[in-house]
Structures are given as structure tokens and as C-alpha cells.
Ligand binder design. Structure first.
Ligand code: PLP
Length: 397
């Protein structure tokens, strides 16, 4: 591994050369089944023919134009995305490049919405303890986890964290005189695949509506079909004011999006916000393929079916090392009675290679907290591949 990188990641000792479907191959020829999808990014798997063709065709035509001009591909992508989010009441979109950038946009919308209607000072944004919203200074300020804050203050002011599930604390925090928005993950990803309780979301939506506070769902990890619905918040039947997306939205090409419903769709005006790369034609062409594939009831239903089967299989083992299994769709966690990291390493080390005289595959997984394994496989994974991967995991526990 090159030592010119800033030392920000604990990288595992495998260098990938290529991928196909739910499989990746290292430069040494070793083969791995991918239960990570690049942290919920490669939702159509690797080397997906329609995605590759769309990216190659678009690259040959036009990669980028400034947002000061128009792009038919970007417009088609934006229209298709708003249509996919219409069941949640979304009307308009701003295209960005990442989850953090999308959440920055959401915070700006909440603050300006409030400032246009109320006195200055009503700018607080409430988020949950244990949440994860990104690594920029403002999205770190929104992230309710001390461990990410260390060394980086001072932070953007006006964020308040409440314990997840505590309705009294939420009622107090969502003060109509001081609060502009409530930002929440429908299923918390980084802190261990924790779906919100329906009663909590319903009450939060009621508080927000009564007090004219924007209800904003961070769907960067759980959106774009991951839970078996296009948006994770659809499971609660509430209508958010703002939704943010990124990760899987263009299947591996960087893109992010802030969507707004009726209340907030007109808040940002000319000159208020911008992004050089945001939704450029290359990302838009890739995003269109993802939307055409994923925003389809049969495809979404299959994500849910495969996810349920994945969880059922894990539970059926009654394995003494597995203390609990939970998830929604293909967003699954297993709590262990031991550290997760050595299990991740053992699953990678299972990979044989032609030069080792073995073709046994390894398995790629993620952790979420010290004792939790996290599984975010590509949506195109087959039932047989799920079984194969879980057998590898069993051998590592
Ligand atoms: C829920 C959530 N929000 C925001 C982010 C930040 O996204 P990005 O890394 O694209 O900035 C992440 C990344 O893991 C996330 O899971």
C-alpha cells in the first residue's frame, strides 16, 4: 500500500482488480463474494452491463457541463428521481455529489425556510444521538457521536442531539420558537442498522407538522431501494419535507441529492446554493439506469424477499456467537458476542487463489460498532450467492 495517502482509513489487506455481479477479484487472482457493495453504493453489483454501457456512451458524448447550462440527461435523471420519490411527496431536487453535501443542502433549506417565515434565531436542527450524517464540519455538527467530534471543533452552532426513541425528549427539543428542522435516518446505518420505531416517527411527524418544523430524512444509506422500498421512510407512511440521497443513487458514480416536498421545494433561489459537479451528465446517465432498474415494484419486492431470507438463515443457525439479527431489506446486522473485526479479517483470509492451488472464495463484510457485523450486499445478488456467503461466514465464527 502506498504511503502517500493521509492515514484516515484502516484498510484491509486486499487490492481489487475487477468485479462482476456480486463478485470481486484481487490483483492476485483471489475471488471474493461482496456483502458490502462499497458501503451501499454498488447496488447493481459490479460491471452491470446496462450501467457500464450508459457510462461509456455518456463519457463518449459528454461528461460534464456546468450547471450554468442545461443537460438533457441531467434533466431526465432529475425528473425520474422526483417521480421515484413522489410517493413520499417530493416535488423538486438539488443534485450534489455525496451524502454529506446532500445533508448540508438539507440544513440550508431548513434554516432558510425558517428565516423567511419567522424571526432570526429559529435555526436549530435536532438530530439523534448515535446518528451519522457526514464528515464535513456542519454534517459532523449534525452527527450525534462524540467519537467523530474529537479534535475538530469549533462546530457549526445550532445542533441539538436527542436520544433515539425518547418522545418526551423529542417533544422538548422540537421547540417551535427555536427549531427549524429535525434530521433523522429511517434506518441508522453506521451505528448498527437500527430501524426507527413506527410510533416514534409518527409522533415526530406530528410534532413537526404542528410546529412548522421541517421533517428531514437522511436516506443516504437506507434509500434507493436498500430497505425494499424506494425510500426507507415509506415504511412509516409519513410525508417528509426533505429527503437526502447519495451512495447507491448512481451505482458507483458519485452523486447526491436533496429533495423537497411542497413546503420546502421553493426555498432555495438563484444564487443560494450550487455545486460544480452536482448531477453532471456522467453521474446522471448512471443514475438513470439505477432508477429504471430499482424503482420497480417487482425489483423492490425481491430485495425485501432476499433480505428476509438472509435474516431467517442467520437466525436459523442459533449460533452461540450471534446474539441478535435485525435489518430491513438488504440492510442487515448481526450482533456478535465477540469483536467483529477479526471475523471480517478471517472471512477475507478464506480466499484461496490459483497460485495457492485453491479456488475457495473469501467474503467481504462490514462492521458497525465493535461487535456488530453489517451486510449491505448488491441488490442483484442471487439466493445461492447469499447462501454461499453465509456458509463462509459460519466457518469464520
Ligand atoms: C446516513 C448517512 N448520511 C450521510 C453519510 C455521508 O455520506 P458521504 O460519505 O457520501 O458524504 C453517510 C455515509 O456513510 C450515511 O450513512
Amino acid at each position: 500500500m502506498s504511503d502517500v495517502f493521509m492515514n484516515t482509513y484502516h484498510r484491509l489487506p486486499v487490492t481489487f482488480a475487477r468485479g462482476e455481479g456480486a463478485w470481486l477479484w484481487g490483483v492476485d487472482g483471489k475471488k471474493y463474494l461482496d456483502f458490502t457493495a462499497g458501503i451501499a453504493v454498488n447496488c447493481l453489483g459490479h460491471n452491470h452491463p446496462a450501467l457500464v454501457k450508459a457510462i461509456a456512451d455518456q463519457a463518449a458524448r459528454l461528461c460534464h457541463v456546468s450547471n450554468y447550462f442545461q443537460s438533457d440527461v441531467t434533466a431526465a435523471f432529475a425528473e425520474r428521481l422526483v417521480a421515484a420519490c413522489a410517493p413520499a411527496g417530493m416535488k423538486r431536487v438539488f443534485l450534489a455529489n455525496s451524502g454529506a453535501e446532500a445533508n448540508e443542502g438539507a440544513c440550508k433549506i431548513a434554516r432558510k425556510y425558517s428565516l423567511k417565515k419567522y424571526e432570526p434565531g429559529r435555526h436549530r436542527i435536532v438530530t439523534l444521538k448515535g446518528s451519522f450524517h457526514g464528515r464535513t464540519i456542519t454534517t459532523l455538527s449534525a452527527t450525534g457521536q462524540e467519537k467523530f467530534h474529537k479534535d475538530f471543533g469549533p462546530f457549526t452552532e445550532g445542533f441539538l442531539f436527542v436520544p433515539s426513541g425518547d418522545l418526551d425528549a423529542l417533544d422538548r427539543a422540537l421547540d417551535a420558537n427555536t427549531t427549524a428542522g429535525f434530521l433523522i435516518e429511517a434506518v441508522q446505518g453506521e451505528s448498527g442498522i437500527l430501524p426507527q420505531e413506527a410510533a416514534y416517527i409518527e409522533a415526530a411527524a406530528k410534532f413537526c407538522a404542528e410546529r412548522d418544523i421541517l421533517l428531514m430524512f437522511d436516506e443516504v444509506q437506507c434509500g434507493v431501494g436498500r430497505t425494499g422500498a424506494f425510500l426507507g421512510c415509506e415504511a412509516y407512511g409519513v410525508k417528509p419535507d426533505v429527503v437526502t440521497l447519495a451512495k447507491g443513487l448512481a451505482g458507483g458514480v458519485p452523486v447526491g441529492a436533496v429533495l423537497a416536498g411542497e413546503k420546502a421545494a421553493g426555498v432555495l433561489e438563484v444564487g443560494d446554493h450550487g455545486s460544480t459537479f452536482g448531477g453532471n451528465p456522467l453521474a446522471a446517465a448512471a443514475g438513470l439506469v439505477v432508477l429504471e432498474t430499482v424503482d420497480n415494484p417487482a425489483f423492490l419486492g425481491d430485495i425485501k424477499r432476499k433480505g428476509d431470507k438472509f435474516q431467517d438463515t442467520l437466525r436459523s443457525w442459533k449460533h452461540p456467537r450471534i446474539k441478535g439479527v435485525r435489518g430491513r431489506g438488504l440492510m442487515i446486522a448481526a450482533d456478535l458476542d465477540t469483536e467483529a473485526w477479526p471475523v471480517l479479517e478471517a472471512a477475507i483470509a478464506k480466499a484461496g487463489g490459483p497460485h495457492l492451488g485453491s479456488k475457495d472464495p473469501g467474503l467481504l463484510m462490514l462492521s458497525a460498532g465493535p461487535n456488530t457485523l453489517r451486510f449491505l450486499p448488491p441488490y442483484i445478488i442471487s439466493d445461492g450467492e447469499i447462501e454461499q456467503g453465509l456458509e463462509i461466514l459460519k466457518g469464520c465464527l
